[in-house]
Structure formats: structure tokens, C-alpha cells
Design a protein around this ligand. Structure first.
Ligand SMILES: [Fe+2]
Length: 282
């Protein structure tokens, strides 16, 4: 996977996490076609992290998914971060680079959370301007992901889908559509997940995420990435893929790791949905 430019990313991928790395190397199911990595876990590090990544790069195409771009933040972009990020993205030959549509830093302090932006025209313009600046520092397409959010900051001027669309239109960025995040927000805030999917510019979708979430006793959904994917999210994925066409799908599992066999079952179920919905082989 290291010569001749980026390999084709298609079908089902898995987020590379340290507890999963050995199983991915030694017992990968045929349905697993690619891996997603967070550059922040590898940049300026050595040891087992980098050894695992080098071994896996020989077997799988790699796509990068960042945690700290914070495109909606108010401070200037971090030149050192972007320069190191660009080198890493090029090194692993990722065909695009994604991060979250949020802010997570203020006054030079990183808050270690993905905080929602206000759904306003001013926030969309500000975020798009920063995305345009960030895009100039990268050699691949910059892609933004819709996040789970639990309270809107201030008074919205539009709905979430309109906000995402305005940011995409102004910036030219691609969309990483997390269907679990759409579902969690729809259940928590009382809107229809399929209507939101329909309201998004699906021709801009470069990649899809699925994950599991926690259902609290009071019915609130929390985006934990620590549970099995629920049936409703599988159905929403099939609905979405029928409209986007064969977009690559990534399973996120970040904590409470089950036996590898359970992860493989989820990958195989996703692959069956992907093939049925897109009508063709990977
Ligand atoms: Fe996601």
C-alpha cells in the first residue's frame, strides 16, 4: 500500500485503536478493507504505536481522521500542528483528511471535547474561512464531520442540516456523514433522522461513520462509541447508502472493546448492508 499513490478506499473500514491492532494484523476478516487513524495518536511518537501502523500500512489503505483542528475556534490556526499533520497525511498516503465540525479550544486552551457551534450565518462564515485556510496547508481534500451535540449554544438561525450545508458551500470541504451522530441528535432533539439526511448535500459525502451509543435510563442517547451499533443505525446507514452510492463506511469503536469476534460480526453486517445498498462489489 506504500507505492504508486493512495490505494482505493472502498467498502468497510475500522478505526485503528491500540487494543484492536493485534487482532487486525493477525485475524482480519475479508470484509475489512481499510483503516482510519487519528494522526494525533502517532505524530511525534515512536515505539509500538508506529510499529503497528507501519505493519498495518502494508496491508490496508489508511485514511486520517483528526481530533484537534477545531475549525470553528476563534484563535488563529496552529501552523505547527498543520505542518506536522500535512506531513503525516502524506506519509500514510491518505486520500483525504477529516476532522469535526466543532470548536474545542478557546484562548489557547484545548478543552478535550467536541463542542457544538451555534447554527448561525456568522459561525458558518467564520468556520468556512478557517477551513479554507486549513485546506491551503494540506495536499488532500479537507472533510468535516457532523458531531453529536446535547445543547445548542445560544439562539439558532437555522437547523443543523442548513448550517452544515452553508459551511460546505462556503468552504468547498467534503462531508464525513456520521449516521450515528444524526440518529443520536434526532432522538435527543426530536427531529426525523431521515429528513435530516435528505436535507444534506449528499453529493458532498466522502465517507460515512457508524458507531454505537449509550441509552440512559431517562432515554437520552450519549455518543460513547462503546456499545454495539443499534438496529436503527444499521437501517439509517442502508437508507443513506442508497442515496449516496458506494461511499466507504467506517466502524468506530473507542472503548469497552468486546471480543474480536463481535467486532468482526459488526464489520460483516456492515459489509452486507453496503453491498446490498450500493448494488455492487467493493
Ligand atoms: Fe464519527
Amino acid at each position: 500500500m506504500t507505492a504508486g499513490g493512495p490505494a482505493k478506499v472502498s467498502g468497510i473500514g475500522l478505526g485503528l485503536r491500540a487494543p484492536l491492532a493485534d487482532a487486525i494484523l493477525t485475524r482480519p476478516p475479508p470484509a475489512l478493507r481499510w483503516l482510519e487513524v487519528s494522526p494525533e495518536n502517532y505524530m511525534a511518537r515512536g515505539g509500538a504505536f508506529v510499529r503497528h501502523l507501519d505493519a498495518l500500512r502494508e496491508r490496508f489503505p489508511i485514511v486520517t481522521h483528526g481530533l484537534t483542528l477545531c475549525p470553528g475556534a476563534m484563535e488563529p490556526l496552529n501552523d505547527t500542528y498543520l505542518s506536522t499533520l500535512s506531513k503525516f497525511v502524506n506519509h500514510v498516503q491518505s486520500p483525504w483528511h477529516s476532522d469535526h465540525l466543532c470548536f474545542g479550544s478557546h484562548g489557547g486552551r484545548f478543552l478535550h471535547d467536541l463542542l457544538p457551534l451555534p447554527f448561525t450565518h456568522a459561525a458558518a462564515e467564520h468556520t468556512a474561512d478557517r477551513l479554507i485556510e486549513a485546506q491551503k496547508r494540506l495536499d488532500v481534500l479537507l472533510v468535516i464531520e457532523n458531531i453529536s451535540w446535547y445543547a445548542h449554544p445560544g439562539v439558532p438561525e437555522m437547523g443543523e442540516a442548513a448550517f452544515i450545508t452553508e459551511v460546505l458551500t462556503r468552504s468547498g470541504a467534503g462531508l464525513l456523514l456520521d449516521v450515528n451522530n444524526v440518529y443520536v441528535n434526532a432522538r435527543n432533539h426530536g427531529f426525523d433522522a431521515r429528513e435530516m439526511i435528505s436535507a444534506l448535500p449528499l453529493d458532498r459525502v466522502v465517507q460515512i461513520h457508524v458507531a454505537g451509543h449509550l441509552v440512559c435510563d431517562n432515554g437520552q442517547r450519549i455518543d460513547t462509541h462503546g456499545e454495539a451499533v443499534c438496529d436503527d443505525v444499521y437501517e439509517l446507514l442502508a437508507h443513506t447508502l442508497q442515496r449516496t452510492g458506494p461511499v466507504p463506511v467506517l466502524l468506530e469503536r473507542d472503548q469497552s472493546f468486546p471480543d474480536w469476534e463481535r467486532v468482526v460480526e459488526e464489520i460483516e453486517r456492515l459489509d452486507a448492508i453496503w453491498q446490498r445498498a450500493t448494488g455492487g462489489p467493493r
